[in-house]
Design a protein around this ligand. Structure first.
Ligand code: PEP
Ligand code: MG
Length: 756
């Protein structure tokens, strides 16, 4: 019974698509054709109204045809993009279905249309190459909840319309594009750097000319062939040289390969073919459904998974259309900035990296897989730039400033020059600092300092090597957990930690156990929402409550270290009892390893992070129990000053370069020295030359920081006499002002300490 119903609906849908196609191709004038089309759609969708709005110059949507609204409104009713419900659909490039349209805050009443009697509205954008050409909307007198299938059906109709309009005047005159005024578009940095080039719209290479299929069976065969071909080409991408290192981008692509076998996704494409579409149109339709579903998903991790599916869809389209993707890469101008709504990791790799200078995504987040790959390729990339598709046009000259999260569209000559110079200066600076890499980390008065790197992903390792770091002072193990679909088991963790140890050529690595919770959310971990997550169930508070997690991680670290030293550090410890618990779990795992006859680590050094102020009154007992400590100044500062570290409003309110912090740092170093235990600092401050200067003068001899900061900090160190500054720091620490930053800066200037 169900089968028959489905078949009937497919037959109905096939008929509608064919009729539409024939109408689009017909000889009638544009006006007559559009009139018949809206009539046909209204009938098929059992709606009293069907209206077609097209985008005209000046970002205005003009009513071009209607069945049901007053005919005199045609060419008279015009809405700005973003104005009214139709404008909203165009601005967001996504469907809208409202049972009570007039109750919606964006509803804009246009008396000339006579639409006040229609209660419900469903509209979808007419999209081509990711760009909005117009909107098609249906309306009903009676209140009506439109089903998801109806929205999908209207989207399919919009696809057929978009393809039929291609090349005709209906698609909008070319001059609706660039408004060559300079514009600054805000965005979010996904990687670092600066890139200049001309805008190239992603997907432009894909032009679907055949929408409606004659023979569904033949289309299903084409799909099967292309899926097989795409799987084969994914295998070959995985052997590409920049991904040869077993690292994060490779893992990303491997997860992605699993999607290619996702039956649900393939079934949906097959269903779309059965409804009358060609294989390529079916893929494109499922793509737009995916996009629509994505809009409703709040969970950023799930959104990224759907982006990966989109990416696969485009791969499949290229196979179906006989374009293996390299053609798209070849079409890139020598200095290109790629513009996309979103991009999957494999899709990015299809472009020629020598021509691609930057990427701008309308969506995208820093944890997205594409960001991980872009970082590995050192490609300046920004995301969440909603105006990318309304203010940027192909061929526009763009400056992508990923450091500051902004895109400058068609900047004036002076701005271009400034950025070009700044880019050259950056390159020169990089080269100069590269020279510093092999120089010793010794101050101008002969004090040796250990400069280490913070890392969290395998793709950080080459940068750690290039930075001249003495070792990894903080390996944040939670980061690999955050980019996976499920908790890695002991074997997977062992492999990962082994790769870290092998990737650092025998240099010391301090592994910090899982510091999840707070802002570090694992997508597969169901912790309840907390009012104060930074002070909530996080780090060892979780892993001691769920000791299996910690034991598995410690087991993996022990196994990975076989014969090598193991340094393990526990985060967010608040009391000695927690430290004792952590140690006893470690001892249990060491014992287990011995019982299993495994090769044990050469030495085991245990440390904790000093991040919770309560520890400051337990230091002697802490030092008795640990081999080293590291000050997590990000959290320590947050808790001492009661200042949320992620609050932009509070970012400048309190200063780490303040008398109380200096006194605290000095005291910590003094107590560690008294106990004879090494102390380091691994918060962000360690990587800023002025702050690092103060920390060294407070007595720290080991710092750990982002690898990119090491050359600058080493440069500062080599120009600094620590002894004389230590005396001045004693004085500053006794003051009552809120910040000593300016005084320290002045000191550096006077003494020729290099802070750049
Ligand atoms: C810190 O708190 O200073 C620290 C290094 O840890 P994280 O930034 O990972 O919380
Ligand atoms: Mg911390």
């Amino acid at each position: 019974m169900i089968e028959i119903e489905v078949d009937e609906s497919w037959a109905g849908s096939r008929l509608l698509l064919r009729q539409l196609r024939d109408l689009m191709k017909g000889r009638a004038s544009d006006e007559q054709r559009l009139e018949r089309i809206v009539g046909l759609i209204a009938r098929q969708m059992t709606a009293e109204v069907c209206s077609l709005y097209l985008l005209r110059p000046g970002n205005v949507l003009e009513l071009y045809a209607t069945k049901g609204l007053k005919p005199e409104a045609v060419h008279l009713t015009r809405l700005r993009v973003g104005e009214g419900l139709v404008g909203d659909i165009a601005a967001r490039a996504r469907p809208l279905a409202l049972a009570d349209a007039q109750a919606h805050p964006n509803f804009a009443y246009r008396p000339e249309t006579g639409e006040d009697i229609y209660r419900s509205l469903m509209g979808v954008p007419i999209l081509r190459d990711g760009r909005v050409l117009g909107v098609i909307a249906v309306q009903n007198v009676q209140r009506r909840d439109y089903a998801a299938e109806e929205i999908e059906a209207l989207e399919t109709v919009a696809m057929v319309l978009a393809e039929g309009m291609a090349g005709s005047e209906l698609a909008g005159p070319a001059e609706s594009g660039p408004t060559l005024r300079p514009a600054r578009l805000p965005a979010v940095p996904l990687t670092e750097g600066l890139g200049l080039g001309v805008a190239v719209m992603h997907q432009r290479g894909i032009v679907i000319t055949r929408i409606v299929a004659e023979d569904p069976e033949q289309e299903l065969d084409r799909l099967a062939d292309s899926v097989a071909a795409m799987q084969a080409s994914l295998e070959s991408v995985l052997t590409r040289s920049e991904l040869a290192d077993p690292g994060e981008p490779r893992e990303v692509l491997e997860t992605f390969r699993l999607f290619a076998r996702d039956r649900g996704w393939l079934n949906r494409i097959q269903d779309a073919i059965r409804s009358g579409l060609t294989a390529e149109a079916a893929v494109q339709k499922v793509q737009s459904d995916t996009r629509a579903r994505m809009e409703q998903i709040v969970d950023p991790y799930l959104r990224e998974r759907l982006v990966d599916l989109e990416d696969l869809g485009y791969g499949l389209l290229r196979h179906l259309l006989g374009d293996d993707g390299h053609a798209a890469a070849a079409r890139l101008p020598p200095e290109a900035v790629l513009i996309a709504r979103n991009l999957g990791p494999a899709e990015l790799l299809d472009y020629d990296p020598t021509r691609l200078k930057a990427v701008v995504l309308a969506e995208g987040s820093p944890n997205a897989h594409v960001a991980i790959v872009a970082r590995a390729l050192e490609l300046p990339t920004v995301g969440r730039c909603p105006e990318a598709f309304t203010r940027i046009w192909p061929g526009d000259f763009l400056v992508v400033d990923a450091d500051n999260g902004q895109v400058l569209a068609h900047p004036g000559h002076a701005i271009r020059e400034t950025f070009a110079e700044s880019m050259m200066a950056r390159d020169r600076r990089k080269q100069d600092l590269a020279v510093i890499r092999d120089l010793p980390a010794v101050s101008a008065d002969g004090v040796e300092v250990s400069l280490n790197a913070n890392a969290g992903l395998l793709i950080d390792l080459p940068q750690v090597r290039d930075s001249g770091a003495e070792g990894i002072g903080l390996y944040r193990t939670e980061v690999p957990f955050m980019v996976r679909d499920a908790f890695p088991d002991v074997d997977a963790q062992t492999r990962l930690y082994r790769r870290v140890l092998e990737g650092t050529d025998g240099k010391p690595v301090v592994f910090r156990t899982l510091d999840v919770g707070g802002d570090k959310i694992l997508p597969y971990w169901k912790g309840g929402a907390e009012e104060n997550p930074a002070m909530g169930w996080r780090a060892v508070r979780i892993t001691l409550d769920r000791p299996v997690l910690l034991r598995q991680q410690l087991r993996a670290l022990i196994r990975a270290s076989e014969g090598r030293p193991l340094q393990v550090m526990f985060p967010m410890v608040s009391e000695v009892a927690e430290l004792d618990q952590c140690r006893s779990l470690l001892d249990l795992e060491l014992e287990l390893g011995r019982a299993e006859g495994r090769n044990p680590p050469d030495r085991v050094h245990v440390g904790i992070m000093i991040e919770v102020p309560a520890l400051l009154w337990q230091l002697p007992a802490v030092f008795e129990r640990v081999d080293f400590v590291s000050v997590g100044s990000n959290d320590l500062m947050q808790f001492l000053f009661a200042v949320d570290r992620s609050s932009p409003e509070l970012a400048r309110r309190y200063d780490v370069l303040s008398p109380p912090m200096l006194r605290l740092f000095k005291r910590l170093v003094a107590e560690a020295d008294r106990a004879g235990k090494p102390i380091s600092l691994c918060g962000e401050q360690a990587g800023q030359p002025l702050e690092a200067m103060a920390l060294l003068s407070c007595g720290f001899r080991k710092l750990s920081m982002p690898p990119s900061s090491i050359p600058r900090v080493k440069n500062m160190l080599r120009s600094l006499k620590i002894g004389p500054l230590a005396a001045y720091i004693d004085f500053l620490a006794g003051q009552t002002c809120r910040s000593v930053r300016e005084r320290l800066r002045h000191y550096a200037r006077e003494r020729g300490v290099v802070l750049e």
